[in-house]
Each structure stands twice: as C-alpha cells, then as structure tokens.
Design a protein around this ligand. Sequence first.
Ligand code: SF4
Length: 362
Amino acid sequence: MEKRTSIYICTGCGIGDTIDTDALCNVAKSEFNIPTCHEHNFLCSKEGIDFINDDLSKNGTDSIIIGACSPRVHTSTFKFGKNILTERVNLREQVAWCSKPNDEDTQMMAEDYIRMGIVKSQNIRPPTPYIEENLSSDVLVTGGGISTITAAIEGSKAGYKILLVEKDQELGGWARNLFLQLPQSEPYQQLVEPVIFQKIEEIRKLSNIELLTSTSINEISGQPVKELDELSEVTESDKLKHYDSQGKIDPFKPLIQAEPDQPENIPEKRPARILTPLEKIDLSQIRLVAVIILNKKQIAMVEEASGKGYEVGLGTYIGKNQGRVTEIKNSSIVITELVRDFKGRLKENIQEIKLHKNDNGE
Ligand code: SF4
C-alpha cells in the first residue's frame, strides 16, 4: 500500500541560516509528489511537537520525515506511535554545522539528504512477526536426578505443564545412595539428610507434573519440540545396552596425530642383565684419570666421585643411559649412550670425558 508521507523541516540551530529550506520542500513536492512539507523554527519544542501531532491527526499521514538534527538526539521527542513510520534526516550536524553557509554545494548536499530520506522512507516495510501456530509451552524434562527434579519443580511453580521421564523405576538417581550430604543452608556446620527424598515427595504433590518412570524417549521432533513422538517402557534388556565406541571417532583424540614410532625407535627397557657398578653412576660423576696403551691396546682408567677406580675399554658399559665406550683417545674417552627425545624416542647421544687434570694442571 502506498504510504502517505509528510515532511517537517526545522530551521532552528542554524539550519535556516545555512540552507534554503523552501528549496528542500520544493524537492519533495516536485520530485516525489509529496504535498505536505512544513517548516518550523523549533521543531523539538512543545509547540513543534504539537504542530506535528495536529497535522498528523488532520491528514492521515502514516510516514513522516523530519529534517532537523541528528537522529542520535531527541530520539524520544520525535516518537509518534507505532503506526507512524518516522525517518530522521540530519541537516544540522551533517550539513549546517560542517559546511559553508548558503553555498551551492551545501544546498545540493542538503537536497540530496532529503532525497535519500524520502526514498528510504518509501521503501521501508513494517516487519510482520513470525508467530508459529499451535506452539506448545509444555516442558519435557528427561531424567529423574536431583537437577532435573529441581528443574521440573521450578517449571511447575512457574505455571508450566511438565512431563518428567525417567528410565529407572525410581526417581532420585545417584543421590538416592547418599547417606548424608553437604548442608544447603546456614549454618553449614554438619552434614544433613539427603534432600532428594524431600524433592521426590514435593514432585508427587504437584498436579501439573506428569511423571513417567521406567520409560525412555524413542523419538522427538520439531524445533522447539512440538510433540513427543514416541515413548516406550524400558525393559531389562534395554538396561543392558551400552554405548559401543567401535568404529566411531574418539572425541578426545586430536585430529592431527604424530606418526607412530618406528619399531627401531621404540624405547627399550633397561637390559635384563645385572648392571655393572659403572652403569649405576651418572656420567657427570665419572672422571677420566689415565689412558694407557698396553700392547697397542688402549685402556682408560676412570674414577667415581668417591675415588674408587675402574678400568674401561672399548665396549664397556658406562653411565645410566646404556652408554658404551666407543672410542679411546690419547686424552679422552668417547661414550655413546641412548637418550629419549621430547617425543620419547631413543636417540644416540655422544659424550666425551676428557682427561682430568690435577691441581697443578698436570
Ligand atoms: S535541536 Fe533539532 S529539532 Fe530542536 S531546534 Fe535544533 S535542529 Fe531543530
């Protein structure tokens, strides 16, 4: 339906001194065929609002355009009921207060703002609310534990019809097994009787709660749920059913996973053999005290912190990380041990123990 539009232009706050407001009304009349365009020098005053209201009651307008100050101010002043569509055009802050007075460009800008306001107003359609038919406000509560029983009681007190469905024969859930529980009110000094039994008692007295025990929900539909499609009695065999995670995605596993360790990288346990005394000492506690060449064979002498000495050769186990002596040099021994990296995989680690010098540097 065509809107009947009226325009009201305020000449106050310097608008009338900067813009030719008569020309704005001519734009509305000549370009948009809007017959009603009024000017007022103080539109937000009581006189100005009364003037608009009088005019509205006379000509049956359903859409008005107010050319005045910013729509961010006087929002409640320019309200004329939900049947009057009101569009504000900001001639004060966006034109009069920021442009050269009585300039051709200033006037063109003001006229353009009026044109935009008119077109916007013409194209606005009042929204029609979506109201679904046969919407039910009944509440389905599933489960008969302490929290759902409380929800059902509160829903009932709020005036809703409640359907409480519990798969077991009895209400109460795990809370039925409690001997005593934490207090719910002051003075919080000693354990109290479980409140679940009072709640069960209360729920049985409320007439707008329908209670179904030994019942499970097979299907629900609609959004919000319009109907409870199917209820069925829970049998003993149903109780034995359990969730089978076989073939299903494990929600606790990250989607991107590291490649599984190769067999050779899988960490070995400590060797089954009896460990030598040197394998029980950390490499940092061992010092090299001598390297001897005997029959072209190199032998090293090491010492633990207590001063106890050991002879080591190539292949001797040493240190706590399954290390072995892999090289004996003139003034050091090289040990290759197995250590775990940050992913837990075994890696070779080369350590060198240099010949220990005494206090004289020898
Ligand atoms: S505040 Fe707005 S409505 Fe009031 S006189 Fe100024 S421009 Fe006009």
